[in-house]
Each structure stands twice: as C-alpha cells, then as structure tokens.
Design a protein. Structure first.
Length: 265
C-alpha cells in the first residue's frame, strides 16, 4: 500500500517510544485509568505517528499491521477501541470488522475506520457491520483524536436517560411522550420524522446509512428509496430551525447527529 500523507507530518519510532514512557509515568502518578486503542494499519510511519499522538493524549496503544494479527489481538486483549484501516494486506478491514462484531466477546468494542477517499462503498459496508465512525485520509490528527474521544465518551453514556429522555446538544427527545424539543420549544414531527430523529439520537453520533435509517424508521419489510429518506431529513432540518446543524450529512454514506457545530470537521 502506498504511503498516505497525514496533515501533522511524521514522527520516528524512538520519539513514539519516549512519548509512551513519559505518558505512562504521568498516568501512574495520577492513578487515572487509561483507555487502550488497538491501531491497525500496514503503513509503519502512520502507525508510529498515530501511536505517538494517542500516547501523548493519555491512551495506551497496541500497534499491529495486518488483519489477522488485529483480530487475534482484539480477542486476546479486549481493547477499548479499534482504529482500523480498511485497506489491509490479506484479511481486509471490513472482514476484520465483520468478525469482531460477530464474536460476542468482541462485539461491544467500538471501531473507528480509516479510509482513503473514494472508498465510500467500503465505508457503508463497515458502518452496516457495526463500525462506529470513520476518518478519511489524509486527516488532521486533531480531528482523529476528537473522533476517538467522542466514540469512547458515547460508549460511557446510556443511550436513553431516565424517563425515556434523549438529549443531544439543544435537542431533547422524550420517547415516552413521542415529543421533541429544541431549547425547550416543542417541534411538530410526523411519526416517521420522529422515528428517524430518535434513531439518530440513540446512535449517539455514529453515522447511520440510509438503509439503516429505513429499517429503524419504517421496518425492513417496507421498500423506501434513498431519496425518500433525504426528503424526510430535509423536513426535519427545517423544523429544527436554528438547530438544523444537528443533523449532519456524511456524503455518500448517510447521516449523523452531532452535539456541536464544530464536529463538522
């Protein structure tokens, strides 16, 4: 696989090693539990760069460079998150994701995919298999770290709060009353719109493909075109008014609900 440029440049392995020691010492001093990220990519320089930045930000890192090793490592070590390149030699990333999600021992581990531009079909497959998010190469390390942090944070939060309430930014959804509010003001949604918005809120920032949204809002036995979903989303955005930024389009893939405007990066 050819070298992939990354917005932050590259780091040598000895720098990554020094960072691991220093962050490890800092973590031991504070006593704070560190999350472990399994980094899977066949580009050694990229793995070292990602590892260096993750360690600097308080994560433990397990680096591997092929799909078979990634699968075995995830099953053995149970990391908190898998950062998975889709284009791997031998067993590719989508197959690794499929096997991880099919195994009850690893199905709950969140996956963030690394993809190249033009791999939208693979992204859709990965998200359908259960991956939580994706980042397109070349990427900003700041964006990658934010995505990893968001996915891990979502995993620590319940999907539905006490009383059936879902809250995302200024949006509150009461699943018991079938009511949605933006900053305390009730918005009128059709049943399908309510189901779509609720599905996006429960996903907690994870991208949902159009097929997934169709199944959740209308059932798997109902035929609905992609265009119909897009029309419903347009109507939802209009009703959200100044909070229309909550529903973010992921081009060629689907939609996600975001908590802040800044997440668009």
């Amino acid at each position: 696989m050819t070298q992939t440029p990354v917005a932050e440049g590259s780091m040598r392995s000895n720098e990554a090693g020094r960072a691991a020691k220093s962050t490890g010492a800092a973590s031991a001093a504070t006593g704070k539990a560190r999350k472990t990220v399994l980094v899977v990519d066949d580009e050694r320089d990229l793995v070292e760069l990602i590892s260096y930045n993750l360690q600097r930000n308080g994560y433990n890192v397990i680096p591997v460079q092929n799909g078979a090793e990634a699968l075995a490592t995830a099953q053995r070590d149970k990391p908190d998150l898998v950062l998975l390149d889709l284009m791997l030699p031998g067993m590719d990333g989508t197959e690794v994701a499929r096997r991880l999600k099919a195994d009850p021992a690893t199905s709950g581990i969140p996956i963030v995919m690394l993809t190249a531009k033009g791999e939208e079909t693979d992204v859709v497959v990965g998200l359908t298999l259960g991956a939580d998010d994706y980042v397109t190469k070349p990427f900003s390390m700041k964006i990658l770290l934010a995505r990893i942090n968001n996915v891990l944070r979502r995993g620590d939060q319940p999907a539905v709060a006490e009383g059936g309430a879902l809250k995302v930014g200024p949006l509150t959804i009461d699943t018991n009353k079938h009511e949605a509010q933006v900053e305390g003001e009730t918005i009128k949604l059709t049943l399908t719109e309510f189901k779509l918005l609720t599905a996006l809120a429960i996903a907690r920032g994870r991208v949902l493909t159009r097929d997934q949204l169709m199944d959740k809002a209308m059932g798997s036995d109902v035929f609905v075109t992609d265009r119909a979903i897009d029309v419903h989303i347009t109507a939802i955005r209009k009703k959200l008014g100044s909070a229309s930024w909550l529903v973010h389009t992921v081009r060629g893939v689907g939609y996600r609900l975001q908590e802040t405007v800044e997440e668009n990066g």
